[in-house]
Ligand binder design. Sequence first.
Ligand code: AMP
Length: 217
Amino acid sequence: MKNVILIAAPAAGKGTEAALLKEQYNIPHISTGDILREKAKENSELGREIKSKIDNGEFVSDDLIIDILNMRVQKEDCNNGYILDGFPRNVNQAIAYQKMLDKIGINIGVVIVIDIDKNLAAKRSAGRVYCPKCKEVYSINTQEKKSKVDGICDKCGETLVKRADDNEETYMERYNKYIEKTSPLIDYYEKRGVVYHVNGNNGIASTHEQVVKILGE
Ligand code: AMP
């Protein structure tokens, strides 16, 4: 059983690495951002509230996200482990998550921190586009992640779109939130002896190689 928590600044490559791990280990990639972006499309008060929070780089409420997680990790496809991308996002969520795991008898697994320079992550955010259908992520400014045809998803032919929160101003908002709220989690998990650091500055293949060395075959 492989349970993996990925922690990194926004646009550092968590989603890309999670997708590779999903392929390699055949375990689900749980992105709370993707789940929330789907909910944000709903024409309801909750949908509109979530959309506004995401677009402004704010966090949605801990209670909502913990409910979503609780339901998701108890699905059958998580029996052999799962990759968490975007959760927990603060210490309060980590404490609630630990209570949830204790209750259902699941081990925390490993926490992988992808370290990256702030300017590089901001550049990746500025160049990021994604497929609204299959969620595959591409970059318009990184060779390793370019789509074969500009603006079109390699996998399903959909037109690629930009996330509303991938603009310079909102990126800074999200980055500052990461430093203030999410980075204390590294210390929280280091005290529990489950943290591994990888260097995310050298691209997708390098990051993945380091992660696989930690997780094993
Ligand atoms: P991401 O795709 O991980 O960059 O998340 C996009 C946005 O979804 C974030 O900026 C938050 O608004 C929201 N979000 C995702 N995960 C969480 C979480 N664990 N707690 C609170 N808000 C979240």
